[in-house]
Write a protein that binds this ligand. Structure first.
Ligand code: HEC
Ligand code: HEC
Length: 337
C-alpha cells in the first residue's frame, strides 16, 4: 500500500513537471532498433577513412567534422581538389530521425544517401568495383565485414555500416531538454524569454522547427535568395522552386554559417532575416515564401533572447571519437580542438 502510494506520488511528480512546460517529447524509436555496436564501429572506421575517396584525400569526416558539430564551418562544402560545391554542409546530429535527407530532400534513407557523396566525382569520387576491391585487399576490413555481416564486402554493406554509425549521432540532452523535463533553472531568464518568442504566433518558429528535433518533414520556401531550385530540382513540382527541407536546430549554435547556401554568417543574421520577413524583404512572395514567414516586430534585445535560446539547444554528448588510425593506413582527419 505504501509502495503504491509512493509510486503514484512519483508518477504525479513526473506529470506535474512535464505539464509545467508541456515541452517534453520522446525522440521516435529507431525503426530497426539501436544499431549493433560492431556495425557502428565498422561504420565509424569507414566514415573517417579516406580510402573511400578515389584518390585517398577525402573522407566523410573531412566535411562532417566532429570538431564542427558534424558540419564544416564553411559557407559551401569543399570537395576533392578544393572544388567549392553548391551547398552548405549540414550537421549529422539527429539524421536518424529525418524522414528524408539532403537540403532538397532527395534521399529517402541514410543507406541511399551514402551513395550520393560516395560516387559523385567532386566529392569522394569512388568507383564501386574499385572501392570494393581496395577494401578486400585490407585484411582488417575483410575480417570486420565478415564478422559483422557474415558476407563479402559490397556497397550495400558499406552503406549499412556507415548508416548504423550515423544513427548513433543523437543530440537530445541539451539544457533545453532539462528545462523541458521540469528543471526551470536549466535555462537563463534571457533563454526562457527567447523560448517564448520562438513559440509565439509573432515569430512562428515553432510551426516548422518542431519538437523534439526542431525540424519537420516538409518542403518549405522561406525565400533565401539564391538560384538553387531546391526541391523542384530534385524531381519536385516546379511550384517548389526554392523550397528546402526544414533543418533541425539542435547544435545550431555550433554550425555557422547557415542556410542551404551558407549565406547567413551568424544566428543574429538568421533572426534578422526572419524579422524582416524572410524572402519578402527581397521582393519574393508566395508560393516562394511560405505564409508563415512574415515580418515581425521585435526589439534588438528580444532578437538577442531568441539567439540565446538557440544556444540552449547544444548537446554534443554523443560526439564521435576520431580513430587514431584507420585500416587503410591513410592519415586521419586532424582536429583543431
Ligand atoms: C565534400 C564534402 C562532403 C563529403 C566528403 C561528404 N558530405 Fe555529406 N553532405 C555534404 C553537403 C554539402 C551536404 C548537403 C548536400 C545537398 O543537400 O545537396 C551533405 C549532406 C549529407 C547528409 C544529409 C543530412 C541532412 O540533414 O539531410 C548526410 C546524411 C551526409 N551528408 C552523410 C555523408 C556521408 C556518410 C559521407 C561519406 C560517405 C558524406 N556525407 C561525405 C558535404 C559532404
Ligand atoms: C514556414 C517554415 C519555417 C518557419 C516559420 C521558420 N523556419 Fe527556420 N527554416 C525553415 C527552412 C525551410 C529552412 C532552410 C531554408 C534554406 O536553407 O533556404 C530554415 C532554416 C533555419 C535556420 C538555419 C539552419 C541551418 O542549419 O542552416 C535557422 C537557424 C532557423 N531556420 C531558425 C528559425 C527561427 C529562429 C525561426 C523563427 C523566427 C524560424 N526558423 C522560422 C523553415 C522555417
Amino acid at each position: 500500500m505504501i509502495g503504491r502510494t509512493l509510486r503514484l506520488a512519483m508518477i504525479g511528480c513526473v506529470l506535474v513537471a512535464a505539464s509545467v512546460t508541456g515541452l517534453q517529447r520522446a525522440f521516435p524509436p529507431l525503426a530497426g532498433g539501436d544499431p549493433a555496436p560492431d556495425r557502428v564501429e565498422l561504420g565509424r572506421l569507414l566514415f573517417f577513412d579516406p580510402v573511400l575517396s578515389a584518390d585517398g584525400t577525402l573522407s566523410c569526416a573531412h566535411c562532417h567534422r566532429p570538431d564542427r558539430a558534424m558540419a564544416d564551418g564553411r559557407p559551401r562544402a569543399r570537395g576533392r581538389n578544393g572544388v567549392v560545391l553548391e551547398r552548405n554542409t549540414p550537421t549529422l546530429y539527429n539524421v536518424a530521425f529525418k524522414d528524408r535527407l539532403m537540403w532538397d530532400r532527395r534521399a529517402a534513407s541514410l543507406e541511399a544517401q551514402v551513395r550520393l557523396p560516395l560516387f559523385r566525382t567532386e566529392e569522394l569520387g569512388a568507383d564501386p568495383e574499385r572501392l570494393v576491391a581496395r577494401l578486400e585487399a585490407i585484411p582488417a576490413y575483410q575480417d570486420r565485414f565478415s564478422a559483422v555481416f557474415g558476407e563479402a564486402i559490397s556497397i550495400d554493406r558499406i552503406a549499412d555500416a556507415i548508416s548504423a554509425f550515423e544513427r548513433t549521432l543523437v543530440s537530445q540532452r541539451s539544457r533545453f531538454d532539462r528545462y523541458a523535463a521540469g528543471d526551470r533553472g536549466a535555462l537563463t531568464v534571457a533563454e526562457r524569454r527567447g523560448l517564448s518568442l520562438f513559440r509565439s504566433l509573432n515569430t512562428r518558429c515553432f510551426e516548422c522547427h518542431r519538437l523534439p528535433t526542431f525540424d519537420a518533414p516538409l518542403a518549405i520556401g522561406i525565400g533565401v535568395p539564391s538560384m538553387d531550385p531546391g526541391v523542384a530540382g530534385a524531381g519536385g513540382n516546379p511550384v517548389q522552386t526554392g523550397f528546402f527541407g526544414v533543418p533541425g536546430l539542435r547544435n545550431v549554435a555550433l554550425t555557422a554559417p547557415y542556410m542551404h547556401d551558407g549565406s547567413l554568417a551568424t544566428l543574429d543574421d538568421v533572426v534578422d532575416f526572419y524579422r524582416k520577413g524572410g524572402g519578402r524583404a527581397s521582393g519574393l512572395s508566395a508560393p516562394r515564401v511560405h505564409e508563415h514567414i512574415r515580418a515581425f516586430d521585435i526589439g534588438d534585445d528580444e532578437a538577442a533572447d531568441l539567439v540565446a535560446f538557440l544556444g540552449a539547444l547544444t548537446d554534443e554528448s554523443q560526439r564521435p571519437r576520431v580513430p587514431n588510425s584507420v585500416p587503410s593506413g591513410y592519415p586521419v582527419l586532424e582536429e583543431d580542438s
